[in-house]
Ligand binder design. Structure first.
Ligand code: EAX
Length: 348
């Protein structure tokens, strides 16, 4: 009996031992292998490229909100690869200096009136002629169509790439001397103009005394009476507070100022074809956004400016148009009679 129970005990111990072996080798069926830490994959972080955009107006103006919108669209549509930092109030220089900066690639984007571009290209001179556009619809038909495309193509080789024509708007005369109704009322008035010979000739021909000046110097010049007058659309007159230093507003609407959105050739050449399309579409979408705000402001600000104490006159525009006509005779050879006629014909 003893031998038998010894055998049974030995067999039992061997079974236990064998089981322990099996469990140990399998590493414990139930024992969780410590999960090997996957080496953390570097998050595919997109380095955001922050583009510098310069303009000369205050941050309340649609130039600014339009550029901010442009940046938001780019960031969204390039998955964060591009964003835009907007520098208002001539922080990066006057419009002429901003254009030079874009040419050199030290500034990526600028939004300016066409007038100062006359110093860089003849492409936009036709838009600087007095009363060349009869309405916004007429201006958009020309600027957003083949004629506008042709203007931008003439920037080839200047270091500037035009993406879309945004809006500054129809310009009106303000002054600190007297009510202005007829063109001859401008006799002897010292008026600041943009740095554009067509603008200066348009005021010379009606007897005014034009002084070209960067926008950033204008408020002080009006305040110190270095100049008596200036001309700009209502959104600028209001957001730049010219009502504080100008008593009279004449709704002449003598020039329509387009605002081309320009990017540097250096930036443009770095973009893939897909990114170029994204930039182009965002420029159009932000243009429509900016034009809409400008229009709303233009429609609502007259009462605001009257409330600020400005005396408003509504001149007969046809008299001003007739009085400024000699400017066409002087500039038609340089601009091209055909182009002038094409732009005029687009009004129909
Ligand atoms: O382009 O200089 C001007 O009067 C312009 O309207 C202004 O810089 C926005």
């Amino acid at each position: 009996m003893k031998k038998r129970s010894l055998k049974v005990l030995t067999l039992f111990i061997m079974i236990i031992f064998a089981m322990a072996l099996v469990v140990g080798c399998s590493g414990g069926a139930n024992k969780e292998e410590p999960k090997k830490e996957e080496p953390k994959k570097e998050e595919a972080r997109v380095e955001t490229i922050v583009l510098k955009a310069a303009h000369t107006l205050v941050s309340d103006h649609p130039y600014h909100t339009g550029l901010v919108k442009f940046g938001e669209l780019l960031k969204e549509r390039t998955n964060g690869k591009y964003s835009v930092e907007v520098y208002p109030a001539a922080q990066l220089g006057s419009e002429r200096e901003a254009i030079e900066g874009v040419q050199m690639g030290t500034i990526d984007i600028t939004l300016v009136s066409t007038a100062p571009l006359a110093g860089f290209s003849d492409a936009f001179l036709v838009t600087d002629l007095p009363f060349i556009f009869t309405s916004r619809e007429h201006a958009y038909k020309v600027l957003d169509g083949e004629i506008g495309k042709e203007m931008f193509s003439k920037l080839e080789g200047t270091g500037l790439v035009g993406l879309a024509f945004w809006e500054n708007g129809f310009r009106n005369v303000t002054n600190s001397k007297r009510p202005i109704v007829n063109p001859e009322d401008m006799e002897g008035i010292k008026i600041r103009t943009m740095e554009n010979q067509i603008h200066m000739d348009s005021f010379r021909v009606i007897g005014a005394d034009p002084t070209p000046m960067a926008f950033g110097e204008l408020f002080t010049a009006l305040q110190q009476k270095t100049v008596d007058a200036q001309e700009n659309p209502l959104p600028i007159i209001y957001t730049s507070k010219f009502f504080e230093v100008q008593d009279h507003l004449a709704l002449t609407g003598h020039f329509y100022a387009p605002a081309p959105l320009l990017v540097s050739q250096a930036l443009w050449d770095k973009l893939t074809d897909e990114e170029k399309q994204i930039f182009q579409k965002a420029a159009y979408d932000a243009r429509d956004f900016e034009r809409k705000i400008i229009l709303e402001m233009d429609n609502n600000l007259l009462s605001e400016l009257k409330a600020k104490g400005m005396q408003v006159t509504e001149p007969d525009k046809s008299k001003w148009q007739e009085a400024m006509t000699p400017v066409y005779e002087k500039w038609q050879d340089k601009i091209g009679k055909d182009l002038i006629e094409k732009v005029k014909a687009a009004a129909n």
